[in-house]
Every structure is written in C-alpha cells, then in structure tokens.
Design a protein around this ligand. Structure first.
Ligand SMILES: O=C(O)Cc1cc(O)ccc1O
Ligand SMILES: [Fe+2]
Length: 455
C-alpha cells in the first residue's frame, strides 16, 4: 500500500519497508516485467541491490531504476588526491586510538573556507570494517556550500544523517528529500546523492553501518503501536533532470577512500523506479515516546527509533535512540539518567535544547562518547539540583530538547581528528569531580534496621 504525501514542492510516499513505485512521467514504469527488451520512452533498466540476491524474502532489498543513461556510463574511477584522510571505514591501531576516558566535544565550528558535505565529513570514531561488512563509523559534518556538479556515492554502508543546523536538500536517484534539523535521513549503501544547503552553514551527525540495514525495533510487550510509526517514514517520489553536465563528478567512498569518476550527465536521470531499497526521512517530533508511569528510570532503549541488528538477538550493531520532549512522572525516583557502566558503547549528540543529565557543557552540535564500561551519569549540578527538588516534584514536562544516542555492541576506536580536535573538552571529567559523599552511617543503619526488623 502506498500513500502520497505532499511537502510543499516535495512529494513523498509513506511507509517503512514497503514496495514502492513512482513515475515522474506517466507510463515510464514497465507494466509487467523488470527488464523488457525495450523500456518505455527508451529508458535503460538498472537494478540496485541492498542485500545479496539470495537473502531471505523478508530481508531482501532491491529497487529498479528506469533511467535516461545507465550509471556505468562514466570514465574510470581515479583516486581523489589529496584523499580525505578524515574519513575512515575500518578501525585499527594504525589509524585510530582507543581510550576509556569519558570524552566530550564542544560544538564544532563550520569553517569559513568553501566546504561542501563531502569536504566537511570527518570520522569521530567507529569499529569493525566496511570490507568485512561488519561495523560502523560515526562521523560529523560541517558545511557551508552546496555540492556543485558532483554526487556522492557511499559503497561502504548506509548513512543515517542527523542534521543539527541548517536544512539539507538531498537529491537522490529516487527523488528529492528536504531534511530539516529535527528530521533524519537514511541514504542506503550505493545510492548516489547530492546535498544542497538552502540555509547556508550546516552541521550534523552521521552514523554509518556496514553490512546490514536499519529496521524498526520490535515492540515486544508495548504492543502493536508506539515509538516510530511506519507511516511516518517518507520516501521521495521520482524526479529527474535530462541535462548534459560536462565534467560531472561521481565521488565514490569505497573502503573509506574517496575515488572520482567523470561523466557528462546528471546521475539524477531516473524517470521512474520501483522497489523496497530506498532513501527515506523521518521527523523525530512524530515519535511516540514511552516511559515509566510509576517509579524508577526506564532504560533508554525504550525510545529506539531505528535499530541495525547483529546476528545475536537483542544485541545491536547500532541503535538510534532519542530523548524527546516528554512527561516525567515517576514517584520517589531519581528521574535523570542513573549512574551506570554499560557493556555497550554510547555516542551522544544534541540537536537542540539541553540534556537532563548535563547542566553545563553538553551543547547543541557537541558530542560525547562513553565507551564500553566507562562510568558516567548526571553531572554534579544536575545531581544536586535533583536532590534539592526532593520528592514532591509532581508531573514535569521536559520541553525544548532533542538529544540522541548511537549505541553499539562494538567498541569504538577514536579517530586522530577527534582526539586532537581543539573542540575536545579537556575538562569534561570535572563535571563529576564535585559529587560529594552523602554517606551517613547512623542514618543508613537505622533505616536499614528499620526495613529489616521493625516492620
Ligand atoms: O548516558 C546517557 O546519558 C544515556 C542514557 C540515558 C538514560 O536515560 C539511561 C541510560 C543511558 O545510558
Ligand atoms: Fe549512558
């Protein structure tokens, strides 16, 4: 089932995992087969596969494009010199370091020099290898100019883009997506796309996954509804340009290296397409969050938007979790996140507003990494303020906030750029140093005796 949704001059199809079809010219889709001898309007048929041909049907992803010229019509790929060494797709001790310290970055400035989405993309951390088809990379981007006469193609994995500042107009082979801060976009492995910046300077976060794709989390006992609803995922409708573009460049990220190939036409020449391997976007404000309704703090997995699974049940290669505006109602409960150590590793970003566990220092456009088993939790100010408010707080709504977490079972190694960055907050540890002991032996003993014996 498909629905068409209009977003100004951008039209979308709605649904997650659907088999979609879209025509920019009526009759451009072959009616009864994928590869007719001659396609309508003299188009070329081309398939893009997002899973092996033989993947089980419920996981099989592929789409068919009907395009003016096939993608193969280009000069040979050449290594881009200088290559952008700020992008990594495998992580080992020759290119990254490991570090159990709590790490935090201040908001990263958008440079003054002309920088498009490709030039402005840099890896923060990651694990595994795109070659081995297992792992992920976490990147950030800062850009101030639209991609011009070029398209990007990531052969390594899927991008989940979280814009924090500035809208992105993303032209893809399936059509165009307008993505505002507060929305996310997924650009699956292999799709060609170009990013324009209608608002000027732009900044955001990118999670890249190797060897698998995002899916909606199971809802378990929550039931059939809640969290992200499938119908709120929006897929572009066919859009094409039939122009000659001398010197048009396809920049291909392959094994973390950038290659380029020149052609003389736009890659956005798909007049019609059908399939279930598609780019899409999602507005985080549509998310229906869940939480405790009586006592104690729920684990953040309760608000998972999308998950990239591993073969182990319940263990994610990468979960995308959000901390949206919501009511806090728990009684006799420490409401902010608990102090904890996690066998999973947690990378966090902030799209706007503040974050309940950090009174200072964690700012929109900044980031933090709490690696495997690294202790963390509310800073001193947040802890003291929570205790000072006491028990009679009543229902309280957290508003104007959108923090998120990329959480993984694979332990990230940290890029040179991230470690040497002037935006690294060297004093991060100080935010917990002031946590005082509130231990009072007499009171505690009398309380525990009371519980045990005085009932
Ligand atoms: O560390 C963090 O801030 C993320 C987080 C939030 C939460 O509410 C519970 C656990 C957790 O890791
Ligand atoms: Fe955490």
């Amino acid at each position: 089932m498909e629905n068409s949704i209009s977003g100004g001059d951008f039209e979308y199809l709605s649904g997650f995992g659907n088999h979609f079809s879209s025509e920019a010219l009526a009759g451009a889709l072959p009616p009864a087969q994928n590869s007719p001898l001659v396609c309508p309007y003299g188009l070329y048929a081309e398939q893009i596969s997002g899973t092996s041909f033989t993947s089980p049907r419920n996981r099989n992803l592929r789409s068919w494009f009907y395009r003016i010229k096939p993608s193969v019509t280009h000069e040979p790929f050449k290594s881009r010199i200088p290559s952008n060494e700020r992008i990594l797709s495998e992580f080992n001790n020759s290119n990254t370091s490991t570090n159990p310290t709590q790490l935090r970055w201040k908001p990263i400035h958008v440079p003054d020099s002309p920088t498009d989405f490709i030039d402005g993309l840099f890896t923060m951390c990651g694990s595994g290898s795109s070659f081995m088809r297992h792992g992920y990379a976490i990147h950030m981007y800062t850009a101030n100019k639209s991609m011009d006469n070029c398209a990007f193609c990531n052969a390594d994995g899927d991008f989940l883009i979280v814009p924090q500042q500035g809208r992105l107009l993303i032209t893809t082979e399936c059509g165009r997506l307008k993505v505002s801060p507060g929305e996310i976009a997924i650009l699956p492995q292999g799709f060609r796309f170009a990013v324009s910046l209608p608002d000027g300077p732009s900044r955001g976060y990118v999670a890249e996954i190797f060897g698998t794709h995002f899916q909606l989390p199971d809802l378990g006992p929550i039931g059939a509804n809640g969290l992200a609803a499938p119908r709120d995922f929006l897929v572009p409708t066919a859009w094409f340009e039939d122009k000659s573009y001398p010197g048009y460049t396809i920049v291909q990220k392959f094994g973390g290296e950038l290659f380029f190939a020149v052609q003389d036409f736009s890659p956005f020449n798909v007049v019609a397409w059908h399939g279930n391997y598609v780019p899409y976007k999602y507005n985080l404000s549509k998310f229906c969050p869940y939480n405790t309704v009586l006592f104690d703090h729920s684990d953040p997995s309760i608000n998972t938007v999308l998950t990239a699974p591993t073969d182990k049940p319940g263990v994610a290669l990468l979960d995308f979790v959000i901390f949206p505006p919501r009511w806090l109602v728990a009684e006799h409960t420490f409401r902010p996140p608990y102090y904890h150590r996690n066998c999973m590793s947690e990378f966090m970003g902030l799209i706007h507003g503040g974050y309940e566990a950090k009174a200072d220092g964690f700012l929109p456009g900044g980031a933090s990494l709490h690696n495997c088993m690294t202790p963390h939790g509310p800073d001193t100010k947040s802890y003291e303020a929570t205790i000072a408010r006491g028990n009679d707080v009543g229902p309280h709504k957290i508003t104007d906030t959108m923090a998120f977490m990329f959480e993984s079972c694979l332990i990230p190694r940290i890029s040179k750029w991230a470690v040497e960055s002037p935006f690294l907050d060297k004093d991060y540890y100080q935010c917990w140093i002031g946590l005082r002991s509130h231990f009072a032996v007499t009171e505690t003993i009398s309380n525990s005796r009371k519980c045990q014996y005085d009932e």
